[in-house]
Design a protein around this ligand. Sequence first.
Ligand code: PMP
Length: 360
Amino acid sequence: MTRVYNFSAGPAILPEEVMEQARDEMLDWQGTGMSVMEMSHRGKQFMSIAKQAEADFRELLAIPDNYQVLFLQGGATSQFAMVPINLLQGNQKADYVCTGHWSKKAIAEGRRFCEINLAASSEENGFQHIPPHQEWHLDPGAAYVHYTPNETIAGVEFHWIPDTGEVPLVADMSSTLLSRPVDVSRFGVIYAGAQKNIGCAGLTVVIVRDDLIGQPLKSAPTMFDYQIHRDHNSMYNTPPTYAWYIAGLVFGWLKRKGGLTAIAEVNRAKADTLYRFIDNSDFYYNPVERASRSRMNIPFILSEQGLDGVFLQQAEKAGLTNLKGHRSVGGMRASIYNAMPQEGVEALVEFMKEFERTRT
Ligand code: PMP
């Protein structure tokens, strides 16, 4: 068996230990004679898996008691609608900050429900920096402020939490949640699709403050009401049981690694390794302003664009896969989530060095 270093933006690399455990438990979970895939979500075995996963997730993020954790489906994309549906609560306006492709998607969906105030945007500069807080025009009457702490495509990340006073702060943390500690008490809602740092696709995790639950739009579909999911412990209908189980294994792995403070250090070191190499090279280049650079998704452009195809081909041969950048940015992108080891980043840097040296 040959495993590659997979730099995909998501679904993405997962810890080998987690997949080995899933493999070992595949046909017979803990002496039950059943796979987790075959279990009733209401049976005591799956209930214990679900409960443990939530407890570990709460512990990792030190989630305060006045927050609910929901294990849903529909991806982060469904949250683009679920947030206004639940948080408008009679208000007609919401603030959004636009820092890339995913912010734009959230804004477009938000417009279906309310008036959007674009509090700040970096679109004019090609999403290469995070607009500083002094430049934001927040509306104190807004129902909430939505932003995207890490833009998976542009590779820009907030390294600070915006202060929105009494107005609830909502964050699409799809590509940064669990990569570092975060003060949950600063947020009204945090949501993320699982397929990056949480586990496999099919699960969406939502952390929501109690007071934001219970007043959805009257026309809200049942499945888009946070209260329904809270009242049924995320089991109003059949939840994505296997993805929930895998997430639980990932949480256990993270705890064994020393939790989020420890993984944040590893992530910082990995990102530093790659950025330092890119910055010292005349051949590769990262377009993002230094203070706004992502530790999870690192785009880089080759100074000779015609070489993109050869680069990707040779990288693939060297066991370094999924490095093609998003078409809106061009070039390459290395996504280096929690499960990517430092050795994977070093292998990439070695390959890039060699490619630059022998390119002619
Ligand atoms: N937001 C961000 C920041 C993302 O990276 C993605 C997926 N790459 C999405 C939203 C959409 O997530 P999903 O596919 O789970 O709906």
